[in-house]
Design a protein around this ligand. Structure first.
Ligand code: ADP
Ligand code: MG
Length: 276
């Protein structure tokens, strides 16, 4: 099969196998498998406490799982909106069944970027400083180049005029759009969103979802934890429902959200729809 054969599956950007994690006696992840092909969007849904944030943090090198593995695929030049970055041309696999070094965790973190529920902007830095901090301090990219890119990204989400403002001067929706720009500025292979709109006032949600939808249409590879089922149905290629540290059900968004096979999924979806 030639690499350009349209029947060939897109190369996986993310492959998770058997991920386990306990906090003391509390077993939070009980063997999670996850595949995200290049340019696809997976929505992760499930009740509070089911381990969704722990998965994202594990993918971002912020949490060290007890077992299982995470592979982030080689970045193929020109295959997505992301420009290839130095060192990203080969697969990276972390096997958590053996001790993993800080350096390995850092290289995992370098491949993905996270957008947090509570934005997590640095309060003492301006918008621009927040955006260029990672590229300049961590990735050691030239400052002028990082500033140019930050300006371009801020313009894109309608926030260029706020580049010198501080986070407290912005609405929640604006802060979250800065959070998204900060993630994009890292040029990751994978974007991770942890309930990006759940802290926002209802009237601010749509602007942020529109930005995320645009990124999906552009071909970014993403994992999104969300309770916005309508958004998940429109945006996600696959929906994964988890509960109690396991994946209960997964499939195309329309199937999992409209015709769940499992009773637990049905109850969860019904409850969320009733709350709307
Ligand atoms: N750093 C931590 N220390 C101790 N327990 C934690 C920590 N992070 C998460 N937990 C626990 O792990 C479980 C899953 O949490 P989380 O991944 O945040 O779930 P979700 O995002 O689905 O709500 C919860 O019981 C939570 O209390
Ligand atoms: Mg969470």
């Amino acid at each position: 099969m030639s690499p350009t054969d349209s029947a060939a599956p897109a190369p996986a950007v993310l492959q998770v196998r058997g991920l386990t994690k306990s906090f003391g006696a509390n077993t939070v992840l009980r063997g999670i498998d996850l595949d995200v092909p290049r340019g696809k969007v997976v929505a992760l849904i499930g009740p509070s406490g089911s381990g969704k944030t722990t998965i994202l943090r594990s993918l971002n090198g912020l949490e060290t799982p007890d077992g299982g593995s995470v592979t982030v695929g080689a970045q193929l030049a020109g295959a997505g909106p992301e420009e290839p970055r130095k060192g990203h041309g080969v697969n990276l696999t972390l096997d958590f069944s053996a001790p993993v070094s800080r350096r390995e965790l850092a290289s995992l973190r370098d491949r993905s970027a996270m957008v947090f529920q509570h934005y997590n902007l640095f309060p003492h830095m301006t918008v621009l400083q927040n955006v260029i901090e990672g590229p300049v301090q961590v990735q050691k990219r030239p400052r002028p180049q990082a500033v140019d890119e930050a300006d371009r990204l801020l313009e894109r989400v309608g926030l260029l005029e706020k580049r010198d403002a501080y986070p407290f001067e912005l609405s929640g929706g604006q802060q979250q759009r800065v959070g998204i720009v900060r993630a994009l500025a890292l040029k990751p292979q994978l974007l991770l969103f942890d309930e990006p709109t759940s802290a926002l006032d209802p009237e601010l949600v749509d602007d942020v979802l529109a930005v995320i939808k645009e990124l999906a249409d552009e071909g970014w590879t993403m994992v999104i934890v969300t309770h916005e089922l309508a958004f998940a149905r429109q945006t996600a290629d696959e929906v994964v429902f988890m509960d109690g540290g396991i994946v209960v059900e997964r499939g195309p968004a329309s199937q999992v959200l409209r015709q769940p096979r499992e009773e637990r999924t049905r109850q969860f979806v019904r409850r969320l729809l009733h709350e709307l």
